[in-house]
Design a protein around this ligand. Structure first.
Ligand SMILES: C[S@@+](CC[C@H](N)C(=O)[O-])C[C@H]1O[C@@H](n2cnc3c(N)ncnc32)[C@H](O)[C@@H]1O
Length: 210
């Protein structure tokens, strides 16, 4: 497995991060649907069901999913992020169940058909990854899918920031509870001039995780 690069301190205090600036200025903010989310939904004909936008942040992806007809829950560790996501959804007249929740001690009740993680897993401390895998597996319907987007090991322009992953890293971390269906190199859209190199992985839950 690739050595994990340094994680910058500001990525550990999410509440302060959201209190320090408007969400529209955050690097990951985009009002456009995530390109890999869109490709997956269209490519697989997914057009309904219960969606969890895990680590929803400003709620832009959750709102877009609700507009598209999904029943959506957006969860985040930060209460300020959840409040901003509430404003964003209200302004667009869409209904999303927004919940303050730490995925590593989650009180969410599934099952969800689809879980989208755009940038949450890759900020978690390495020692909590196995716990994340077990909890997310428990929240997913057995016929569901996890759509996971994180920084790719090829992202070298940005100093610090989230952990980076190679396809084989994700496969190894998730293999106890998930099978990799697709894995591709892509980009993170947002407010930065440079779009960081990303890894998108589609994971299918195994029947019985160990
Ligand atoms: C890079 S941001 C991405 C936000 C959003 N998914 C997006 O694409 O706009 C990562 C998000 O994960 C949230 N987060 C970090 N650790 C978390 C945890 N343990 N449980 C739930 N959310 C967490 C942060 O508060 C932050 O909103």
């Amino acid at each position: 497995m690739n050595p994990a690069p340094r994680q910058i301190g500001e990525f550990t205090d999410w509440e302060s991060r959201y209190q320090s600036q408007p969400v529209s200025q955050l690097p990951w903010f985009t009002t456009e649907p995530d390109r890999d989310l869109l490709t997956t939904l269209e490519g697989r004909g997914i057009d309904g069901g219960r969606f969890l936008d895990l680590g929803t942040g400003p709620g832009t992806q959750a709102a877009w999913l609700a507009q598209r007809g999904f029943r959506v829950t957006g969860s985040d560790l930060s209460a300020t992020a959840i409040a901003a996501a509430g404003d964003y959804c209200r302004e667009r007249g869409v209904e999303v169940a927004l919940v303050v929740d730490d995925i590593l001690a989650s009180t969410l009740s599934g099952p969800f058909d689809w879980i989208f993680d755009r940038g949450c897993f890759h900020v978690l401390p390495p020692e909590s990854r196995a716990r994340y895998v077990r909890i997310v597996h428990g929240l997913l319907d057995p016929g569901g899918l996890l759509l996971l987007k994180c920084f790719h090991v090829k992202e070298t322009l940005m100093e610090g920031g989230p952990y980076r992953f190679a396809p084989e890293d994700v496969e190894a971390i998730f293999s106890s509870h998930f099978r990799v269906l697709e894995s591709r190199e892509t980009r993170f859209e947002g407010t930065l001039d440079h779009q960081p190199v990303a890894l998108f992985t589609l994971l299918q839950p195994l029947d019985s995780g160990s």
